[in-house]
Design a protein around this ligand. Structure first.
Ligand SMILES: [Zn+2]
Length: 281
């Protein structure tokens, strides 16, 4: 029997039809400024709107091209597989859902672990893969983040984690929450060994990741207008019964309130990360 059934509001059905989100087709209307953009030009402009600077989400493969030196990246082909300890079932059972996302994304999990160079500095890196179940953190995700940090510790190279996550994976219940403690114990080992750890929080970084390793870099950096927080703004608004301030949980707001160290334009990311790695080393 399913754990719960989603009750659909008939008024909301088919509202996604004709949506402008997603880079398909030749033209696209900018989500923020409503300008008409050529998809090709947008991709050439590293998915940043040339009119209003809106940063669109990019895939982990695009991130690798953006940040790492060409030809320097070695992706670890993880054979780790999520189990289904709760035999969880909603509309689909969990095992089927995993297969569906594997086929859709051509990736095994919500984290990609790799080794690469940023302007000749070797870095152990994990990139969260948001299209795979919303970058949710299950047991495999936690293990890959831990392995990335352990590698840094063993080889004495800096650690970079690029987060994009909707939070813990509900299909793995308490086991997914335990990944917060697991990754934090590795993070502490890095600190004790004085190995630099930079956390890049991209749009969106929420839930269990934001509440653990993503917020605990020696430097926490982000891109403009990224959503970063624990619970979503709508949930907070409903529980507090108060209107939230403008820009709440966006990068610039978080920087003003001391939660992140820098908001960096996508074109400057590589240069800045290299500068920080030099500085911290
Ligand atoms: Zn725009």
């Amino acid at each position: 029997m399913a754990w719960f059934e989603k009750i659909e509001n008939p008024k909301l059905k088919n509202t996604k039809k004709g949506s402008n989100s997603g880079l398909t087709g030749i033209w696209k209307k900018c989500t923020k400024c409503q300008e008409i953009l050529s998809t090709e030009k947008l991709i050439n402009n590293i998915n940043v709107c040339p009119f209003c600077d809106y940063h669109y989400r990019i895939s982990w493969r695009e991130r690798v091209d953006l940040i790492f030196d060409e030809g320097s990246v070695k992706v670890f082909d993880s054979k780790l597989q999520s189990k289904d300890p709760l035999e969880f079932e909603d509309k689909l059972n969990y095992k089927e859902r995993l297969v569906k996302y594997k086929n859709k994304t051509r990736d095994n999990e919500s984290v990609i672990r790799l080794l690469g160079k940023i302007n000749d500095i070797e870095v152990s890196c994990a990139i969260m893969n948001f299209p795979f179940m919303g970058g949710s953190m299950g047991v495999v995700c936690g293990e890959l983040i831990a392995q990335t940090m352990e590698y840094s510790l063993e080889k004495k190279v800096p650690c970079l984690i690029i987060s994009a996550s909707g939070g813990a994976r509900m299909q793995e219940g308490i086991l997914s929450l335990m990944q917060m403690a697991k990754t934090l114990s590795c993070r502490k080992k890095l600190r004790d060994a004085a190995i630099p750890y930079i956390s890049l929080l991209t749009d969106p970084t929420t839930g269990g990741c934001a509440a653990s390793f993503s917020m605990l870099g020696d430097l926490n950096i982000t891109e403009p207008n990224s959503l970063i927080g624990f619970a979503g703004p709508r949930v907070i608004e409903q529980s507090m019964r108060q209107k939230l301030p403008k820009g709440f949980q966006r990068s610039e707001f978080l920087k003003d309130h001391g939660f992140v160290d820098q908001v960096i334009h996508r074109t400057k990311l590589k240069e800045k990360i290299h500068y920080f790695l030099n500085f911290l080393s």
